[in-house]
Design a protein around this ligand. Structure first.
Ligand SMILES: Nc1ncnc2c1ncn2[C@@H]1O[C@H](COP(=O)(O)OP(=O)(O)O)[C@@H](O)[C@H]1O
Ligand SMILES: [Mg+2]
Length: 397
């Protein structure tokens, strides 16, 4: 099976860390320091190579923890690790009060660390356009939540959001969570699959068990971002993905078997719906296309993201919307950010920014045009056709 360099590195980091912890526990501090250092380097390299990896937060925390440990061990060695020939100071009194607790942490972080339960601060109003998708989500989650009595035939528990990157899937999921007084458990599939969190299959079981427990008091939305990774990450162990996937399917089936009024929803998002197979899709009865912004929506996006900016009177947002075919919502936000950065840069470079009353000049149409010209649209027409084709075949909103 092909393995990518990131996986090699992740493996190496995990190996160094467990080796370090083993040496550490045996009192071989010099050896442990070296291995901790190797682990830190591997983790930082991983973060640099894959800046968008959702597991980076965890890598970073681990790297920090190992660095702390290195410092502590170096202090210890400074005291006990006396050069040869000298007798080491007696333990107990000569350590100047420095005590180093043994490294209790294991290599694997707990799965619970990765679950985000606090609600994101986004509302439906912040999500521009996507009226169909919003309605479909309300029908699937908000209505049955508010009036389960109006759904004598039950309602679907699995909802899939699909569409190109940067068009609002994650944002929509967050917004819907805020329309419900309940729990929002957000977890991305890549983290479930990470070696740092132990057995992925067990993580899936834990996630659902935890959610079922919570759902006894309040409704729960499990949000799994980038759900295709559950199926596609190449695991070292043969058959790893299949087991995770089967566990997942089993859990999904469990939801429909349980009481009719169970308030537990699984909301999943993917940029690669074609990676999902039929048994998987069958568990997501609702499949909602989160489409790229059309011209009218792009105009609304420009309105939203230029709202706090000062624009020259020659800026025509309708024209910008025409010029940005193929640009995602997130591209448009970035274009507006860049436009502001441009005039702010001018202010700083002119040396006037030190005066707190100074203001950048208004942003002109030409600024936007140049930024748009320099920046390629992230949505390629052929790709969009693929989404549309998939939508025709599989959407069920
Ligand atoms: N429909 C939208 N309305 C307003 N902003 C959006 C929209 N879609 C995307 N954005 C902006 O782009 C960012 C990334 O969008 P996101 O929801 O993560 O996209 P996806 O999950 O589809 O890849 C958001 O945080 C937001 O700033
Ligand atoms: Mg997303």
């Amino acid at each position: 099976m092909m393995r990518n360099p990131g996986e090699e590195l992740e493996d190496a980091a995990a190996r160094y860390a467990s080796e370090a912890i083993r040496l550490d526990s045996q009192g071989n501090y010099a050896g442990a320091i070296v291995k901790y250092q190797n682990a830190v380097e591997a983790l930082l390299k991983l973060i640099r190579l894959y800046p968008d990896n959702p597991v980076n937060r965890l890598y970073y925390e681990k790297a920090m923890a190992y660095q702390e440990r290195i410092k502590a061990l170096q202090r210890l060695r400074g005291i006990y690790g006396a050069p040869e020939g000298e007798s080491p100071p007696a333990r107990g009194d000569a350590d100047g009060g420095i005590r180093v607790a043994p490294m209790v942490e294991t290599v694997k972080a707990t799965f619970e660390e990765l679950l985000v339960t606090e609600k994101p601060n986004v509302s439906s109003k912040d999500v521009v356009g996507l009226d169909n998708a919003k309605l479909a989500l309300r029908q699937a989650i908000v209505y049955p939540y508010q009036r389960p009595d109006l759904f004598p035939l039950g309602w679907p528990r699995g909802i899939l959001l699909f569409g190109p990157p940067g068009c609002g899937k994650t944002m929509l999921a967050a917004a819907i969570a805020n329309e419900i007084d309940g729990y929002f458990l957000s977890v991305d599939a890549a983290s479930i699959m990470s070696k740092w969190l132990g057995d992925a299959e067990k993580n899936v079981a834990k996630l659902f068990a935890y959610a079922r427990g919570l759902s006894e008091s309040k409704p729960v939305i499990i949000f799994i971002d980038e759900v295709d990774s559950l199926l596609t990450v190449h695991r070292q162990e043969v058959g790893g993905e299949a087991r995770v996937r089967n566990q997942f399917l089993k859990e999904m089936d469990g939801l429909s078997d349980k009481g009719k009024n169970l308030q537990l929803y699984v909301l999943a998002a993917t940029n690669k719906p074609w990676m999902l197979d039929e048994p998987f899709l069958r568990r997501f009865q609702k499949r909602i296309y989160v489409q790229p912004p059309d011209e009218a929506t792009r105009k609304l996006l420009f309105e939203k993201y230029t709202e706090p900016l000062v624009l020259d009177s020659n800026v025509n947002l309708g024209e910008l919307a025409k010029l940005t075919e193929g640009y995602s919502a997130s591209d448009i936000r970035d274009i507006c950010q860049d436009a502001q950065l441009r005039v702010v840069t001018e202010l700083f470079e002119s040396g006037r920014a030190s005066d707190p009353r100074s203001r950048p000049r208004p942003i002109k149409l030409e600024d936007f045009k140049e930024i748009i010209k320099q920046r390629k649209p992230s949505l390629i027409a052929e790709r969009i056709k693929l989404y549309e084709k998939w939508n025709e075949m599989y959407s069920a909103a």
